[in-house]
Design a protein around this ligand. Structure first.
Ligand code: SF4
Length: 366
């Protein structure tokens, strides 16, 4: 069924809704003392040759000498520091395949991080992901190479907005997508990912649920359930750019092509797709089906990462890049490990309440 209501910041103009938390940038610590060592030479070429094999299909040979010195330095520094690097599926191939220890969607990363012995985590992804890692790993040092790596969804809503929604809809449970700040997670009943959103909504056993902040994911969930969904006006600036017309053009050009799309896309896009699923489910779909040509309707680095793993599948990439994800580079990962910055800090009271919402989701039976 369609969603039952759509609310946004303008519905609460008379109240102080606060501002989305924007972390302060930590100052850069001087010049890089290892700078002169980061040069391409025979030693770097030999030490990184096995890693280049993983990305040969998506990184041209002419670009590798610019990346390899950082890849080698990061891997050495990571071992020295006893750190672990988490990389989201939207990170570029040289990060995803050559320096990351754990890869996946935001939740997979945070859960896996809680199982490792390393006491320093470097999060290659956006700020809410680093916060989720800190929420689940409060005793570990969590670093993000550039804390300005935000997210249009996380920026669309504040904890104060959630409190105002609760006042307007007393007794209605609130589900927050993990693409939210710790401040928002602290105010809701339970979190969800794009993999488990439907299961989480139905687990509440309520006739109506407030689902925030992604209006498109909310519409997708509403189309799959009898639960009434009240949504928020947030949207992913990457996925909302796709159109149904664009997908029809791909199919007209090659009627055998398979189109797979992320549920953060608008409904007319999902209506044209052969499969809709989270990033983890999209990757599994490609691995399981191994069709000749796949159009992957999501952030385009993920198609590069899958292409590197499965060279026999031709990935068609409508190249919508997430500018926030692209703030993370080999250079700032290196600087982050070298200077142990920028550390993610969350008020302990907010972190404890946010942890309750995230853990309630994790503990749902699958
Ligand atoms: S791709 Fe969209 S949802 Fe993901 S971090 Fe970028 S803006 Fe946020």
């Amino acid at each position: 069924m369609p969603i039952s209501g759509l609310f946004g910041p303008n519905d609460f103009v008379t109240s102080d809704r606060g501002k989305p938390a924007v972390p302060a940038r930590q100052p850069a610590a001087g010049s890089d003392p290892r700078g002169p060592a980061l040069a391409w030479n025979g030693e770097v070429e030999r030490a990184t040759a096995h890693l280049y094999e993983r990305v040969r299909g998506v990184i041209p040979p002419v670009e590798w000498p610019l990346m390899a010195p950082y890849v080698k330095a990061i891997n050495e520094l990571k071992a020295e520091r006893g750190a672990v690097i988490l990389a989201h599926n939207y990170q570029t191939p040289e990060i995803f395949h050559c320096v990351a220890d754990i890869t996946g969607d935001s939740l997979q990363l945070a859960i896996e991080a809680s199982k490792v012995k390393a006491d320093t985590i470097v999060q290659c992804g956006v700020h809410f992901m680093a916060e989720t890692s800190k929420i689940l790993n409060p005793d570990k040092r969590v670093l993000i190479p550039d804390s300005r790596a935000g997210c249009s969804l996380a920026a669309s809503i504040t904890g104060a907005d959630v409190r105002l929604l609760r006042e307007r809809f007393p007794g209605v449970p609130v589900v927050a997508y993990v693409n939210t700040s710790a401040d928002v997670k602290a105010e809701v009943d339970i979190c969800c990912t794009s993999s488990n959103a439907l299961q989480v909504v139905e687990s509440l056993d309520a006739p109506t649920v407030i689902f925030l902040p992604d209006q498109y994911l909310a519409k997708y969930v509403a189309s799959q359930t009898r639960v009434k969904i009240i949504a928020w006006t947030g949207a992913c600036e990457v996925h909302e750019r796709f159109t149904g017309e664009e997908l029809r053009a791909y199919r007209d050009a090659d009627p055998t092509v398979q189109i797979i799309a992320h549920p953060e896309c608008p409904p007319d896009v999902l209506a044209e797709a052969d499969f809709t699923g989270s990033t983890a489910h999209m990757i599994k779909w490609v691995r399981d089906n191994r069709t000749r040509r796949v159009v992957m309707i999501t952030e385009c680095s993920m198609a590069d990462n899958v292409q590197a793993e499965l060279p026999d599948v031709e990935m068609v990439k409508p190249c919508n890049l997430c500018p926030h994800m692209k703030r993370i580079t080999l250079q700032n990962i290196f600087e982050s490990l070298l200077h142990l910055r920028e550390e993610v800090v969350i008020d302990p009271g907010i972190a404890a309440r946010a942890r309750r919402s995230v853990e309630r989701m994790i503990n749902l039976k699958h």
